[in-house]
Design a protein around this ligand. Structure first.
Ligand code: SF4
Length: 441
């Protein structure tokens, strides 16, 4: 049976978790994961649609796969994820695409694949408001039991005016907390060291049954108590829903990592309103100050983009001054990329010239590198608990791992291995990495 599957994943951690769910669904249908793309009978590309570049990457990848299909005429190629959902049926017009499946249709993949073998091209982009795939334990690509992901919510109801996600992932729904705790226990049984609770907006998690009403702060505390040996992380948060209750839960649970990823997007109230972000600069800074006052050694990161519709130099200066005031350890920074089908694409003019967008993005990156370097230099001499993730790309003598603040640390291996927890004293730092030595083993 042609049952070797090769899954290629693009985009966010949500897609990484989805690819592991897909691998698990196919595994129980006797499909095996191929290690090499050239050994595959079926290639599945899990796509992202958040920016134009993300989709361009997929079209050029399909051109590459054309050459593989020329050598293997029976090869089946499927497109899944957000781009599949956004473009849908039209993707079947591509000569080598055999099936298309949106983020709520992964349970139908075995059927879609067998139909493809009968030369029936199918597209399933139906939304299913009840679909959370909960109870399906993700199948890791290389069976490493290090970091696990659990998608606690799917979809999004926030409709930020620039964002394609509500159109590609549907309405928000929360998984049953009992299923989540079962998955946590399975990860713990399988000796996972860390788990990340995932969602487009984890803070709005809510599930109620006749026994309990569970919001996100109570869910993450439940998870922390059920997996005391594991490091607990979560992403992504929305500032409008980041409560004092959650900050207190993080502060009082040692195994919930002191790191919050809190996308701000812009520092200008005018632009935040045009983005439909539903908070103000003042609200955001208040959240940051409360976090810092209750968790002084917190690690903070964000998503920020420039060049949105109507952004003036003055608005942009607001973003730079907010970055200076918050002093993020790290930030993902972009220039605005209009997405078809969003409110912004329909109703707001993309009026900031491309060269101005690029120039502002460079200024943001330059400022953030300066801030990250200053913050990392301030860690020299401090000792952190680090979870070893693997060998550094640069040398097999060096290992890398992360502090609970989500900072990357490289250090001489001293026969330590992936999955070990070590104490590292920081000796030097760059804007992206801390360098240190194992203090005691
Ligand atoms: S919160 Fe806004 S930016 Fe985030 S996924 Fe939802 S709509 Fe998109």
């Amino acid at each position: 049976m042609n049952n070797k599957i090769y899954i290629e994943t693009y985009g966010c951690q949500m897609n990484v978790a989805d690819s592991e769910t897909v691998a698990s669904i196919l595994d129980v249908n006797n499909y095996k994961i191929a290690s090499e793309i050239n050994n595959a009978d079926v290639i599945i590309i899990n796509t992202c649609s958040v920016r134009d570049n993300a989709e361009k990457k997929i079209w050029s990848r399909l051109d590459f796969i054309k050459s593989i299909k020329r050598k293997n005429k029976n090869l089946i190629v499927g497109i899944i994820g957000c781009m599949a959902q956004r473009i849908g049926e039209k993707m079947l017009e591509h000569p080598i695409v055999d099936f298309v499946a949106g983020p709520d249709a992964y349970r139908y993949l075995p059927e879609l694949i067998s139909n493809s073998y009968l030369n029936n091209k199918f597209c399933n982009t139906d939304f299913n408001i009840n679909e959370t795939y909960s109870g399906i334990l993700q199948k890791k690509k290389d069976n490493e039991n290090m970091s696990g992901f659990i998608a606690i919510t799917r979809g999004c109801n926030n409709f930020c005016s620039y964002c394609i996600v509500p159109y590609t992932r549907g309405r928000e729904r929360s998984a049953n907390y009992n299923d989540i705790i079962n998955e946590v226990k399975k990860l713990q049984e399988n000796k996972f060291k860390e788990l990340t609770l995932l969602g487009q907006n984890v803070n709005s998690y809510y599930f109620e049954d006749n026994l309990n009403k569970v919001n996100f702060p109570s869910l993450i505390e439940m998870v922390a108590k059920n997996a005391p040996e594991m490091r607990i992380r979560f992403t992504t948060s929305h500032p409008k829903d980041l409560s004092d209750e959650l900050i207190d839960v993080i502060a009082r649970n040692k195994n919930i990592c002191n790191h919050i990823h809190l996308p701000v997007q812009s520092g200008s109230n005018k632009i935040l309103e045009r983005m439909n972000r539903k908070y103000t600069r003042e609200w955001y800074l208040n959240r940051i100050n409360v976090i810092k006052s209750k968790i002084p050694d917190i690690g903070l990161s964000s998503d920020i983009f420039c060049g949105f519709s109507g952004e003036t130099e003055e608005d942009f200066q607001q973003t730079l001054s907010l970055m200076e005031e918050v002093c993020y350890d790290m930030a993902f920074m972009f220039k605005y990329s209009e997405r078809p089908g969003t409110y912004a694409a329909k109703s707001l003019i993309d009026d900031v010239p491309e060269d101005v967008k690029k120039e502002r993005l460079n200024r943001m990156i330059h400022l953030q590198n300066k801030i990250s370097l200053k913050k990392n230099k301030a860690d020299i001499g401090k000792t952190f608990e680090v979870l070893v993730e693997g060998f550094s790309k640069r040398s097999k003598e060096m290992l890398f791992g992360r502090t609970e603040q989500n900072k990357v640390v490289v250090f001489p291996s001293l026969n330590k291995k992936q999955g070990d927890t070590v104490m590292i004293t920081i000796k030097d730092a760059s804007s992206a990495t801390l360098k240190g030595e194992i203090t005691n083993s």
